[in-house]
Ligand binder design. Sequence first.
Ligand SMILES: Cc1ncc(COP(=O)(O)O)c(C=O)c1O
Length: 367
Amino acid sequence: MSDKSIKMFKPYMSEKVAGAVVEILKTDWIGQGPEVDKVERKFEKLFGLSGALTLNSCTSALHLALLLSDVNEGDEVVATPMTCSATNIHILHQKAKAVFADIQKSSMNIDPESVKEKITDKTKAILVVHWAGNPCDLDEIHAVAKSRDIPVIEDAAHALGARYKGAYIGAVSNFTCFSFQAIKQITTIDGGMLVCKDGVDYKRGKLLRWYGIDRNFKGDIYWKFKVEEPGFKYHMNDVTATILSVQLDDLEKVNLRRREIADMYRKGLSGVDGLTLLEKKSDRQSANWLFTILVNRREDFIKMMRSNGIDTHMVHVRCDVYPIFGGKRLNLPVMNELEPKYVSIPLHAGLTDDDVMRVIDTVKKGW
Ligand SMILES: Cc1ncc(COP(=O)(O)O)c(C=O)c1O
């Protein structure tokens, strides 16, 4: 057996990034400038969408999406508990309440039926996550949102390059939030994108990401711009935008490799005793950020993998148990059933076929 350990994640960095960063650092403009505008247009073209706003993180994108959805004190947002706390934390900063819906057994994504049950007159938005990069049932979620005339916010931190019924994720909902943090499909070390479907939201979001100030304002001697709404320092700079632009060129290649690995896992692990694969649907294409499986006796599984030099991880813990969200395990039957079973195995573009086969063979020996 190889004694090389197999890691869960490995940041993807194109060999062209270093050179491009050196060039931008030699210029006179490294803050938010033309590279930011350029990469936004590139992103829009790549995914067939409009209204892309670069930001310093997906967490910032989620905050702006909630603010633009008019989520305020006393309001409710129906959300998934099965995610990073970053998804739901700004619901609290807006002084609203996260109302957690149950998840689906087949995908670990939010269950549209449960969303329907959790909607009240106070619900201002539905906030969904594409677990592991696999798109949730957007049609059904949009049907619920439409019946109440409320927006859908997609946390697509796991789902860059995923597709739902032919369209790229980002082209469908009122707001979609992406992450370019260190271990995502492609990275700018930290960075994010908010995609607004509506032009009015886009314009307001553009102001809010930079204190509320219009950066296109052309003054003469005095900058007599008006600041009508307090904004944030959430923008991306030209150095990060340069990294993003170079990395976007490799996204297809990276996601293809991730898909190959996921397909190998799917084939190699189907029918293994005590292990259940999540469902793969033909109407959507996952961005395969994680490969999550459900296992019996998870602790034994993790220890066995570790003793064979293979990392595994739960990655995120249900949000309802955090004191900030109430600190109580809610009565969510599927979430409760899957909680002791889910775990993710290594998935990143740096894995070789031999690495993947070693993971499969190790799992197949049992735990
Ligand atoms: C589902 C989800 N949402 C949001 C985030 C936060 O992303 P960022 O670090 O870009 O703010 C993460 C980070 O891993 C995540 O997994």
